[in-house]
Ligand binder design. Structure first.
Ligand SMILES: *Cc1c(COP(=O)(O)O)cnc(C)c1O
Length: 385
């Protein structure tokens, strides 16, 4: 390899550095709801552990009580289509079907596998995918891997979406609308009932919803915005991750049986990868079962989120959020990095989000609240903003 080749990469990194957009892996030690970096202890305001379950020691203790060398299986050693399909997989899927009152579901290795795998599997060149402008990178990657035609509509712009559906429905065999329920970067949410109404305009439209930030957090049983808005059975591809509020790892789809069968036959990120370790699947089931009755935590999270949002707006920040994901909009990458460092000095671990994750000029500090944060800590944070 010529030195010139490495030099090209160094140059690119320098360019990122100059724009304050260079990233690194932070060296941090986790201590429950706190993190320690460079000997400084900070409250973690950047975690996706929305219900505080991942940092909950007694939950882990309770799980370990049922674990023995016999049932502690740290690897599945194979794809689910070969010998990697353990009882733990079936038991988790049975629980999901029961909770969602669905005829079928399927578990994947991660939300990233899920989004990059489902869309290429269920679409072809006679398919049009219409995605919200702000959908997560994993959905964009899934769309790119597909052979479908692809269009984007302005964020939550239902009128534009309706116009696109009217214009295109006769040209394609099927149209798939793709959205998140709570959006990862702005923390605002979609009107799922409205999307269901739009999808019902024509018989060849399907709806794909990613509930990554809503599962565990929204709905009476914590099943997400679809439960909250009473439209679970109207969503063709109801998906989410176990990696956030549910304190584990993996992704899932709630769907009709034929979709599950089809995915098992066509979905490359399910077929060509080693299945999740049975011990992870057991842990996911353990947490999911318990998350159903955590209404108090969900209500508390909503309460502190409302308080922080109100105060941000009172201090003059623009705040699109309606959830526990609360961006502090700043604009330039440099100012955002500086502000984040300031807040870290004061004991709050908040991280900047910069391009290309968000559009140029819309850098922000992304605060994600969890139910493990106490009201007093929120007040201290507000006083410093
Ligand atoms: C985090 C996230 C994913 C990825 O899920 P993982 O399980 O972490 O791979 C997918 N979609 C959205 C909207 C996310 O925020």
């Amino acid at each position: 390899m010529g030195q010139g080749l490495l030099q090209l990469y160094r140059k690119e990194l320098l360019l990122l550095e100059e724009k304050s957009n260079r990233r690194n892996l932070p060296d941090i030690i986790h201590q429950g709801r706190k993190v320690i970096r460079q000997d400084k202890q900070m409250l973690n305001l950047s975690s996706n552990d929305y219900l505080g379950l991942a940092s909950n020691l007694s939950l882990r203790k309770a799980f370990l009580e049922n674990l023995t060398p016999d049932n502690f299986l740290p690897s599945s050693s194979s794809s689910r289509l070969l010998t990697g399909n353990f009882t733990a997989n079936r038991e988790l899927e049975e629980l999901l079907c029961r909770l969602f009152e669905s005829e079928s579901c399927l578990v994947f290795n991660s939300g990233y596998h899920m989004n990059t795998g489902i869309l290429p599997a269920v679409s072809d060149s006679k398919t049009l995918i219409l995605a919200d402008k702000l959908v997560h990178a994993s959905l964009i990657d899934g769309i790119r891997l597909s052979t479908a035609k692809f269009g984007r509509y302005k964020h939550n712009d239902y009128e534009q979406l309706e116009a696109l559906l009217r214009k295109n429905h006769a040209e394609y065999e099927r149209i798939i609308i793709v959205t998140e329920s709570i959006f990862s970067m702005d923390g605002d949410e979609v009107d799922l009932r409205k999307l269901v109404t739009l999808k019902k305009l024509y018989p060849n439209i399907m709806l794909y919803v990613d509930e990554a930030h809503a599962i565990g957090v929204r709905g009476a049983k914590g099943l997400g915005c679809a439960e909250e808005q009473g439209c679970m059975t109207d969503i063709d591809f109801l998906t989410g991750t176990f990696g956030k509020a549910l304190a584990s790892v993996g992704g899932y789809i709630i769907c009709r049986k034929v979709i599950r069968e089809y995915l098992i036959n066509k979905m490359r990120t399910l077929i060509f990868t080693t299945a999740l370790p049975p011990v992870n699947l057991m842990w996911t089931r353990f947490v999911l079962e318990r998350s159903v009755c955590l209404t108090d935590k969900r209500e508390y999270l909503e309460k502190i989120s409302n308080r922080l949002r109100e105060q941000l707006i009172a201090k003059g920040y623009v705040c699109p959020s309606t959830s526990h994901i609360i961006p502090m909009m700043i604009g330039g990458s440099r100012e955002t990095v500086q502000k984040a460092e300031q807040m870290q000095q004061k004991g709050f671990y908040m991280l900047p989000v910069r391009p290309p994750t968000v559009p140029e000029g819309s850098s922000r500090i992304r605060i994600s609240l969890t139910a493990a944060i106490c009201a007093e800590e929120i007040e201290n944070l507000i006083a410093l903003l």
